[in-house]
Design a protein around this ligand. Structure first.
Ligand SMILES: [Zn+2]
Length: 554
């Protein structure tokens, strides 16, 4: 009995520790793990003291570089900030995994690119002939914008270059010398084991330049003998040319298999942390195979991992064939980099779907965080308060400014009522949503809102102000009189939004109609719709000249 009691007490203690550490913001928690760990994961080796920590991310260049691909880099950036805030030195490092072979011909690329299936993307010509290679095209576009989303300087490396300049030779040699141990580690996680003599090095066929087709038959003195033959990808085949040859891995014309290359990257750059999609969390994933290889074969501690959920658009995966791909430049047309950082930093493992129609919600979340931060919005729950503050600190990119008086939703409303900036600004001045100090931010927000309306908003968010009352409109006596009253009220004085909103209820009471009946009648008359933006603000925006005659006409 008593020993059981003790046991429970111990567990309780452990649990409360767990709760406490999980209350830390996720990036701070990862930073703590990085700083405080002492031993390797698979062996008893001690981790040497470090003066600086490297947080790595990487992007394969074989697919489309959409905003989902930045999630990795943004979250790594957050861990670097958390490490620096914890008082240690930290660097963000990124690799373009540019040795990846083309697996299928994407939409929009000439069909004869089928001949390049199996060729590393950095060795395939650019379809438009503007860039050095197909891979370089993807990369250039991406690199142009990527820094705009980051706080910390990102050290960038291309794997094709690293192999060519020999940065990996030392570790390639260790891997090849220990090919048998690497094979055994792989086989622990595989259902169909690699046979004896399997090679962790994939040579590039010197005749046709393809990567996956050069099948290794033997390893002799660290060199590999190969024959070039067909290789099956998931949905395509890389054609082999039949060439037989010999390849010296130390010369770098080839690539380590991914479940050895990742380990070498960690060792070469002394990586302390790397994030990966949640599919890597399972025990037989490439993450853990590499983790075991880096520790047992390369004698380097595995990085601290963090796993995250992928971003979906309207509940489905982004893909070029579905046409729902969001590129970083698309994002910047309608929102700031900080908002994408907020989206990614909120939680790691909650399934997250983004919908363009909800962009105003993300904007207002940011504004709320600013108001929580400066105390304008009070939060009684201390944990929630500190979580929100930290979320903002980690997601922000510059100095924190007070939120604008103008919300994105309001800007979207103004942007569709007025055709140019001057008229929009004049209107915002009148409604006190303008300040000279924030002129540039306000104009930029108006432009973004306009862009969002044109490209992404649903019909619910769009409206056309009527110039005459719709001819088929039928209203009750009470509804008509209420609208006439509002017309008279508007002419009586200059209202502010709150005051006017309050008056609507008085009018409803006076004429014995329900609030919903009143609002519906107003939206029908003004927009020929059942619903619309906040009515008081909307009426003030439109101005009496447009509103009063319409209301009187019913
Ligand atoms: Zn070949």
């Amino acid at each position: 009995m008593s020993s059981n009691g003790k046991q429970n007490g111990k567990n309780k203690e452990k649990n409360s520790e767990k709760v406490e550490s999980s209350e830390l913001f996720w990036a701070d928690k990862v930073a703590q793990q990085i700083i405080t760990r002492e031993k390797f994961h698979y062996t008893d080796d001690k981790i040497p003291k470090q003066s600086e920590y490297v947080v790595k991310s990487g992007t394969s260049l074989s697919g489309v570089l959409h905003i989902g691909r930045i999630s990795d880099i943004i979250r790594s950036d957050s861990v670097v900030t958390a490490l620096k805030d914890a008082g240690v030195k930290a660097t963000a490092l990124w690799t373009a995994d540019s040795m990846d072979p083309l697996r299928k011909v994407p939409a929009g690329i000439p069909a004869d690119y089928e001949q390049y299936i199996g060729v590393p993307v950095t060795d395939i010509p650019d379809p438009a002939g503007e860039y050095e290679s197909y891979g370089a095209r993807h990369l250039a576009e991406y690199m142009e914008v990527i820094d705009q989303f980051l706080v910390n300087k990102l050290e960038k490396h291309s794997m094709r270059e690293e192999y060519k300049k020999g940065a990996f030779v030392k570790y390639i040699k260790i891997i090849m010398e220990n090919a048998e141990e690497v094979r055994q580690i792989h086989n622990k996680y595989r259902t169909t084991p690699h046979k004896k003599g399997w090679s962790p090095w994939n040579p590039i066929c010197e005749n046709c330049g393809k990567l996956m087709t050069a099948k290794v038959s033997e390893i002799i003195d660290g060199k590999v003998l190969y024959k070039c033959q067909d290789y099956e990808f998931e949905s395509s085949t890389a054609k082999g040319c039949g060439h037989k040859g010999e390849n010296d891995p130390a010369k770098g014309n080839g690539k380590l298999v991914w479940k050895a290359e990742w380990a070498c990257q960690w060792a070469v750059w002394n990586v302390s942390c790397e994030g990966a999609g949640k599919e890597y969390q399972v025990p037989n994933s490439a993450w853990w195979v590499n983790a075991e290889i880096v520790e047992r074969v390369l004698k380097h501690p595995m990085p601290v991992p963090f796993f995250y959920e992928h971003l979906m658009i309207d509940g489905v995966k982004m893909s070029a064939s579905l046409g729902n791909v969001v590129y970083p430049r698309d994002w910047l047309e309608v929102a700031s980099p900080e908002l994408l950082r907020l989206l990614y930093n909120k939680r790691l493992m909650m399934s997250r779907s983004f919908s363009w129609k909800d962009l105003p919600v993300l904007y207002s979340e940011w504004d709320s965080l600013l108001r929580i931060y400066n105390g304008e919005i009070k939060m009684t729950n201390e944990k929630e308060l500190s979580h929100n503050k930290r979320l903002l600190e980690i997601s922000k990119m510059g100095k924190l400014d007070a939120p604008l008086e103008l919300s994105f939703s309001h800007a979207a409303m103004v942007a569709q009522l007025y055709q140019n900036d001057e008229d929009s600004i004049a209107c915002l001045k009148k409604s006190k949503h303008y300040s000279k100090k924030h002129h540039e931010q306000i104009v930029s927000l108006l432009h973004k809102a306009k862009f969002w309306l044109e490209k992404y908003a649903t019909d619910d968010d769009k409206y056309v102000v009527q110039t005459a009352v719709p001819s088929d409109l039928k209203l009750s006596k009470g509804q008509k009189e209420a609208l006439h009253d509002v017309a008279s009220l508007l002419e009586r004085k200059e209202w502010d939004e709150k005051e006017l909103h309050q008056e609507f209820y008085n009018v409803c009471t006076k004429h014995g109609i329900k609030n919903t009946e009143f609002f519906q009648a107003a939206y029908k008359v003004l927009l020929n719709k059942e619903r619309g933006p906040k009515l008081a603000a909307f009426l003030l925006l439109l101005g009496n000249e447009r509103v009063v005659p319409l209301l009187r006409e019913v």
